[in-house]
Design a protein around this ligand. Sequence first.
Ligand SMILES: [Cu+2]
Length: 719
Amino acid sequence: MIVEQTAQPKKPVKKVAKKKSTAQEPSGAIGEDADADHAAMGHGAADIGVGAKGLAVPLNTTRLDQTAIRSQLPSTSDTAQIMSRAPGVSIFGAGGVSSLPAINGLNDDRVKILLNGMVVTSACSNHMNPPLSYIDPSQVVVADVIAGVTPVSKGGDSLGGTIIVESAVPQFADGDGVRTAGSISAFYHSNGDKIGTAATATAATRNVSIGYAGAWTKADNYERGDDGGEVRSTLYQASNHALTFAAKDADDLLIVQGTYAAIPYQGFVNQRMDMVDNEAWLLNARYVGRFDWGLLDARAFYHSTKHKMDILEDKQPGHMPMYTDGTDAGYSVKAEIPLSGVDLLRVGSEFHHQGLDDWWPPVPNKAPMMGPDTFWNINDGRRDRLGTFVEWEHRWDRAWSTLLGVRNDMVWMDTGDVVGYSMMYAADAAAFNAKDHSRTDANFDVTALARYEPSATEIYELGYARKTRSPNLYERYAWSSGNMAANMIGWYGDANGYIGNLDLEPEIANTVSVTTGWHDRAHREWALHVTPYYTYVEDYIDADFVATQSNANFVKLRFANHDARLYGVNVSGTTVLFESRESGRFDLSGVVGYVNGENLDTGDSLYHMMPLNARVALQHRLGGWSSALELVAASRKSDVNDLRNEPVTPGYALVNMRTSYEWENMRFDLGVDNLFDQLYYPPLGGVDWADYKAGGQMGRIGAVPGEGRSFNAGVTVKF
Ligand SMILES: [Cu+2]
């Protein structure tokens, strides 16, 4: 549950919990439309999506709505960063708008991210363009974060959970005639001189809606806390324009959205490379229809990215162009069929094609290491996946309901022959080309959930999931064992080198979790949720040691399957402290997370395990005025992955403050992040390669420092 969201008076603490708490209503009832809160926000018809109710939205789901997101906009333009406010979610550092989420210790590709239903794959050997980098937080209308056990209807090819982000939620006019609306926002964040702007415009009748949403942001390198030293390669610029067309009648809704997203540059402090251009087109279409037999939700999408890497000036000297062309295309068709008043069946078919070319043009006068020929890292890589699922939800009585789902994903992968810069690479290329590259994985997933709600103030949910992820193209097909080439592969922020492995098997996670929830009858005074979980991963894709590199800071590794286990707990709670008509409402809310992961074959800690961490906020709301005083803390990270030389980071506690005032058609935001200008190191921030490189690659490499104090301001005008 989310800080700002919980602060709203007269709204349930956790919206998903409210829906479940209406025990007299069969979970499968889809006649009466979703959620009063949503209707009030004008989303209306788009919310009739498949799986909007019941156990398809497990108790471990956090819904982030625009209210929760809006107050974060002056602080960050990184959508993944905003998702990290949900219990169980942490992010690991990359570029300023390209952070990668981890859910319950399972990160990056292990988290399923659906962007308006699109499956977008990072088209980069450093995963610089993950799905959430294609959307500005100002454009997110609603996001559901499912931390842990996920129904098969919302999973597939992932292990740790699912993040569902929707921006194409059209608004329609309530009455006759044309209704127009729009907004313009501007944000300023003093640290790094970050500027952001956003604009929306809608013209709608009762049945047709056309909308535009755009955002632009630019930041210089930020300064760390305490001494104000500049943190290199943290600058970026990004822009994004989306046009949405929608039409509806009583039973049908059609949405078509096109997006152009450009990132002309983005520094990566913990990578050897930086993004020097990323240009993407995304197109998605959705049809939702209500029929006699139930609901149909069909989507189709296409995504094309042209990505360029090189080395930005503040990491110089160096020059090495690396280009990637990536495409994603696919569909999903899901049907929700009420078989009886207490039985609901969901069936679906999904297809996802990924295409990838990754090549490195020669660098003049750098033969044979980086010339005279073009290096082909991935040549015509393909990864096609066909998913099929069946899910049955049943309500046994007023207290008990269950969900059981099974899913198959067939994954076909292949890639063409490769060639290196020069004869230096010939032996590796020949060995790779001599092998058959095509791989077929038949993956089977199962999810079982049981919910027990004995009274209006308590709810319990037991979940089990078997989830499978096939390796990505780089994990299987990155082929060069040379130090320089291997050092270009890896999304870990550890500056180590990685070599692919054609023998990799899919990784299979078995997770058991229990969620207990207690709250007051009306869902407005207090709530507490506790979710402990245990995951055993068979063939977890980790890495094996190959060699120490010339500089002892770094190693060369080969992707390899190992068994692993993770356990942890997420706790979230909120309570009203004081409320009166004159002074408003004061709430206290908090989220605590802990995860521990171990490679069972080597005994090493898994990489990127977030130490014990907490976010506690004191909030106040009175009329159009709302404020928060927030403490964000993490303990010392001493469980580190020795294999990768993961840095130990000290514990820290940061204080943030923000206040906003809404008055007629204006909104003002003011805030301070890291009020006491603490020097701290985000536990999953990786190593400060940029500083190390600029300093001549001497001594021991350090961790990436976090952002120091920033004064933030924002203004929004609606019309
Ligand atoms: Cu890249």
